[in-house]
Design a protein around this ligand. Structure first.
Ligand SMILES: Cc1ncc(COP(=O)(O)O)c(C=O)c1O
Length: 406
């Protein structure tokens, strides 16, 4: 008997797949430069005021189950944040607290997707979002960002592809964007977003916008939240404590469904059911994040220092990469990822997966293969470590390329 479902084969995460090799090399006493995981808290300690709030919540006995959709204090803090930042009135009932955006993604794919249903995902994509969609049987309409246009989008082609599939009788459910993007670091222009809103509207699709890096913006980019422009298109916004608040391990995410239309109403009702299936989210962490969001002064200080450091590190790494004969990168303007393109014609490795594996074995630098994000011939690295670590790692990547040059 085959115990595993056919769809379970899609459950994977390219970011973690070299872990067995990392374990072996570590046992052999080798030190590894890990540039694979976008975890800010490994390089910038979670702010002290949030740690204190977490400890206080524990001491106050906040250790019981709480409301499945999240504690009112946190849902209200999220609503106040959206009022402050994007001038949007969002009521508590439209905000759902989940175990990270990751859990929101699983909930929404499970509630929207029957096997064979379609949704628009942009490529390169954040892999966990793609994986969740495939595990529930989704069949993506993949629309590519154009690297030679600074990762911008061809929205006319997107509209045409959706219409073709609808005409062929396919069920297309939603358009999903990640802005700023993991893995490219691109920030979408307002006019591109407005066009995507129009396309969602004309084709009666739900618009999902993952805005988890909305405060990590630099190099002169301007961020627009879908909440500012979605009008009456049913939309869902993801955000959370992992990136802006530098608290990945707290596992707090938000799904916001603010629309006044029937579809948004249905989604909100179903979200209540999904949230209640897993009882509630970590209680003391919810109190700590409510404090983190409400502590405007402390947060502003922390995020400014953080974004300035990221801008410096990302630009430093981009410059070094673009000085290399073997790779080229579009410098990021948001989040903290770089997705250089490898000159595969000049290298004796088969593909980006082999590049990452051999680089780890030979030079002990850990990257993620671009094909794990739908970007063959690329690798992803994070610009979170200090400049000396980044410089050292990029020098080793260059040495590896020299050793494998054809
Ligand atoms: C675009 C994007 N969305 C969601 C997540 C996961 O967020 P969470 O920690 O809230 O599950 C990540 C993590 O790297 C991400 O890059």
């Amino acid at each position: 008997m085959e115990i595993l479902s056919k769809l379970s084969r899609y459950a994977e995460n390219a970011i973690e797949e070299e872990n067995p090799t990392v374990e072996r090399l570590t046992k052999e006493g080798k030190e590894i430069s890990k540039l694979n995981i976008g975890d800010p808290a490994r390089f910038f300690p979670t702010p002290k005021y949030m740690i204190d709030a977490y400890i206080k919540a524990l001491k106050d006995g906040r250790t019981s189950y709480v409301e499945p959709e999240g504690i009112p204090e946190l849902r209200d803090a999220v609503a106040a944040r959206y009022k402050r930042m994007y001038h949007k009135e969002i009521d508590r009932q439209s905000i759902f607290i989940t175990h990270g955006v990751s859990e929101s993604l699983i909930f929404l794919n499970s509630m929207f997707i029957d096997p064979g249903d379609m949704a628009v995902l942009f490529k390169p994509y954040y892999s966990v979002c793609y994986t969740g969609f495939r595990v529930f049987g989704g069949d993506p309409i993949l629309q590519g960002y154009q690297e030679d246009r600074n990762w911008d989008l061809d929205t006319d082609e997107l509209d045409r592809k959706i219409k073709e599939n609808v005409k062929a009788g396919r069920m297309v459910k939603y358009i999903s964007i990640t802005n700023p993007s993991n893995p490219t670091g691109m920030v979408l222009e307002r006019k591109t977003l407005e066009r995507i809103v129009d396309i969602a509207n004309n084709n009666r699709l739900v618009l999902i916008s993952d805005e988890i890096y909305d405060e990590v913006i630099y190099n002169g980019a301007k961020f627009t939240s879908i909440s500012e422009i979605a009008r009456d298109v049913p939309h869902i916004i993801f955000n959370g404590a992992s990136k802006d608040l530098d608290a990945t391990g707290f596992r707090i995410g938000f799904a916001i469904v603010p629309g006044e239309d029937k579809v948004s109403d249905q989604i909100r009702k179903k979200m209540v059911d999904y949230c209640s299936m897993r009882l509630c989210v970590n209680t003391p962490a919810q109190y700590a994040v409510a404090d983190g969001i409400n502590n405007i002064k402390e947060h502003a200080r922390e995020i400014n220092v953080f974004v300035k450091a990221i801008e410096e590190r990302a630009n430093f790494a981009s410059k070094l990469i673009n000085e290399s004969e073997y790779m080229h990168v579009v410098p990021p303007r948001g989040a903290y990822y770089l997705l250089p393109k490898l000159d595969m014609n000049r290298l004796d490795v088969k593909n980006d997966g082999e590049f990452v594996h051999k680089l780890l074995e030979e030079e002990q630098v850990l990257l993620t293969r671009g094909s794990g994000f739908g970007a063959r011939g690329h690798v992803r690295l994070v610009a979170l470590p200090p400049k000396d670590v980044l410089g050292h790692a990029i020098a080793k990547i260059n040495k590896f390329c020299e050793n494998h040059s054809k």
